[in-house]
Design a protein around this ligand. Structure first.
Ligand code: HEM
Length: 493
C-alpha cells in the first residue's frame, strides 16, 4: 500500500535537515576537512530532477519516490535540497555504519536539540557524548526483559481493570482507548506507584502540554523562540520536574524500594561510582515517556486494524489464546505472554507495514565508505545528512516476499525473512547503537492488551481500514478507528 500524502511529515523532515545543516555548516566553516577521498561520492539527484522528485513524492508517496531513485541510481544516492545534502542508504547492506557507527563519527547532529528544554540540561542532548551513552545504558538496563518480569503483573492488572469497565457490548474508538490504557501502563510501570495512585491525572495533562508544545514545527526548529508554545512547554516542564524531583527525593530519603523503571534509574550508577541525581532521573523518565507514548499508541492501533481486517490471523490468534487459557487458566503471566507466538508475529508484521517514521536521520561527522550489494563502493563525505528510509526498507521485495501482503508467517521459524535478509533488515525499532530500549516493553504491553481483548470480547472493525495520517512527526492511523465489541467467555480447548 503506497502512501499518497506525507506532506507535513516530509516537510518537517526537510525543514529540520535544512536548518540543522545550515547551522552546522556555519559552525564548521573554518574547520579542516577529512583526508582526500579515494572513492567516488554517491550519485547525486540532479538539480532539475529534484522538482520531479517532489512531484512523485506528493502525488504517489514517499515509497514511490525512493523506488524511482533506487531504480535510477542504486542503493546509495544523494539529494541536494538546494544546498544541504541528504544521502539515502537503501537496504541492510549499506546500513551497518548508520546504525553502528560511533557517535563521534555519525550522530543525530542538532536534529534533537529541541529535546533539551523538554527534558532538561542534565540528560540526553544537554550532556556530553560519554554521559549520554551511560544514561542510555541506564535506560536499557531498566527496560531489560528480565527486569520487566516483575512489571508484567502490574501491566496485566492495569489492562484487566481497564477492560473490565467496558460494558457487555458497545462501540469504541480503538485509538482513543489504546492511548488511555497505554498511559495507565506507563504510569504504573515507568513512573511508579506514587504517580499512578496520587497524581496521575495531573501528570498526564502536564505531559500532553509538554509534548504538544515541543513537537510543533516551529518548536522543533527554533526551540528557544519567545512564543506561547515555548512558554507553555517550559511551564509544563518545570511543574513535572518539581513533581518528579519530590518523588525521587522521597524514595532516596525513605530508602523505599519499588520494582518499577523509575527505581532502576534512581539506583543506577555511572562508571565513576556516582549515583544518578534527581534532575537526571527526572529527565530520563520524561524522555522514556516521550519516546514510548505516541510510538506505542500508533503501533497498537495498527496491530488492531491489521488483526481485525485479516480474519485468518484473527482466528489464529484466538485459537492461540484458547491454548494459553487451557495451559494457564485465567492467570496470564510473563511466561504465558512469552508463549504467544502468533500474536507476537502479528504485532511485528503490523509494525513492519506501519513503522513509526518515514526515515531515521543522522549527521556524518567523519567520512565513511559503504559497499553496495553489487560490490560498488562510495565514500559519504562529512557534513552530509544520511537517511535510512525505514518505510521503504521494510518493503524491499528481495527481503520481504509480497511486501504489501500482511503475512505474519514471514517471521516464523524456517522463513524468518528479516534474519535471512541480514542485520538491519527490520529496523522498526532502529538498531545498533541507538536501538530502541523499549522494544521488549512495547511487545509486552501490546501482547497484554490484545490477549485480554481477544479472550474477553468478540471484536469487529467497523470503520474502513485506516489511512495513514502524516500530520505529526510520528505517523498514525487517520481519524477514528471504530471497533464494536461483545463480551464473551472463551472456551478452554
Ligand atoms: C511500538 C513502540 C515503539 C516503537 C515503534 C519505537 C521505535 C523506536 C525507534 C525506531 C527508535 C530509534 C530511532 C533512531 O534510530 O533514530 C527508538 C528509540 C528509542 N526508544 Fe523506542 N519505540 C517504541 C516504544 C518505546 C518505549 C515503550 C520506550 C520506553 C519505555 C522507548 C524508548 C526509546 C528511547 C529512550 C529511544 C532512544 C534511544 C537512543 O537514541 O539511543 N521506545 N524507538
Amino acid at each position: 500500500m503506497y502512501m499518497t500524502s506525507g506532506a507535513t511529515a516530509i516537510w518537517v523532515a526537510i525543514a529540520t535537515v535544512f536548518v540543522t545543516a545550515v547551522m552546522t555548516r556555519v559552525v564548521r566553516a573554518r574547520t579542516k576537512h577529512d583526508s582526500v577521498s579515494t572513492r567516488a561520492p554517491p550519485p547525486v539527484v540532479k538539480c532539475g530532477s529534484v522538482i520531479g522528485l517532489f512531484y512523485t513524492m506528493f502525488s504517489k508517496g514517499f515509497r514511490a519516490m525512493i523506488q524511482d531513485q533506487y531504480e535510477k541510481l542504486g542503493s546509495v544516492f544523494t539529494i541536494s535540497f538546494f544546498g544541504p545534502k541528504v544521502t539515502f542508504l537503501i537496504g541492510p547492506e549499506v546500513s551497518g555504519h548508520f546504525y553502528q557507527g560511533l557517535d563521534s563519527e555519525i550522530n543525530h547532529g542538532r536534529i534533537l536539540e529541541f529535546t533539551v528544554p523538554m527534558f532538561g540540561k542534565a540528560v540526553g542532548y544537554g550532556v556530553d557524548d560519554t554521559t549520554r551513552m551511560e544514561q542510555y545504558r541506564f535506560q536499557f538496563e531498566a527496560l531489560r526483559p528480565s527486569k520487566l518480569k516483575s512489571n508484567v503483573a502490574l501491566m496485566l492488572q492495569e489492562v484487566e481493570d481497564y477492560f473490565a469497565k467496558w460494558g457487555p457490548q458497545g462501540m469504541v474508538d480503538l485509538k482513543q482507548e489504546l492511548s488511555q490504557i497505554l498511559m495507565l501502563i506507563a504510569g504504573r510501570c515507568l513512573l511508579g506507584k506514587e504517580v499512578r495512585e496520587m497524581i496521575f491525572g495531573e501528570v498526564v495533562t502536564l505531559f500532553d502540554e509538554l509534548f504538544d508544545n515541543s513537537t510543533r514545527l516551529t518548536s522543533v526548529l527554533f526551540p528557544y523562540a519567545p512564543t506561547l508554545a515555548t512558554y507553555r512547554r517550559n511551564r509544563a516542564q518545570t511543574k513535572l520536574s518539581e513533581l518528579f524531583t519530590e518523588i525521587v527525593r522521597s524514595r532516596k530519603c525513605s530508602k523505599r524500594v519499588e520494582e518499577d523503571v523509575l527505581q532502576s534509574l534512581v539506583d543506577s550508577q555511572y562508571n565513576n561510582g556516582c549515583p544518578t541525581t534527581e534532575e537526571e532521573v527526572t529527565g530520563m523518565v520524561m524522555s522514556l515517556i516521550f519516546a514510548g507514548k505516541h510510538t506505542s499508541t500508533g503501533a497498537s492501533t495498527w496491530t488492531g486494524a491489521c488483526l481485525l481486517s485479516h480474519a485468518r490471523w484473527y482466528e489464529a490468534a484466538m485459537e492461540e489464546q484458547e491454548q494459553i487459557i487451557s495451559k494457564y487458566g485465567d492467570q496470564v503471566d510473563y511466561n504465558a505472554l512469552q508463549e504467544m507466538d502468533i500474536l507476537h508475529r502479528c504485532i511485528k508484521e503490523a509494525l513492519r507495514m506501519h513503522p513509526s517514521a518515514l526515515v531515521f536521520l543522522r549527521r556524518v561527522q567523519k567520512n565513511f565508505v559503504v559497499r553496495t550489494k553489487d560490490g560498488i563502493e562510495y565514500e559519504i563525505p562529512r557534513g552530509h545528512t544520511i537517511a535510512s528510509p525505514v518505510l521503504y526498507n521494510n518493503y524491499i521485495p528481495y527481503i520481504y516476499k509480497d511486501p504489501d501482503v500482511f503475512d505474519p508467517d514471514r517471521f516464523r521459524p524456517g522463513r524468518e525473512e528479516d534474519k535471512v535478509g541480514g542485520k538491519f533488515s527490520y529496523t522498526s525499532f532502529g538498531g545498533g547503537r541507538h536501538a530502541c530500549p523499549g522494544e521488549a516493553f512495547a511487545y509486552m504491553q501490546r501482547k497484554a492488551i490484545y490477549s485480554c481483548l481477544i479472550r474477553n470480547f468478540e471484536l469487529e472493525l467497523v470503520s474502513p481500514f485506516p489511512e495513514t495520517s502524516w500530520q505529526k512527526l510520528i505517523p498514525e492511523a487517520k481519524g477514528k478507528v471504530m471497533v464494536s465489541y461483545k463480551r464473551r467467555r472463551m472456551p478452554r480447548t
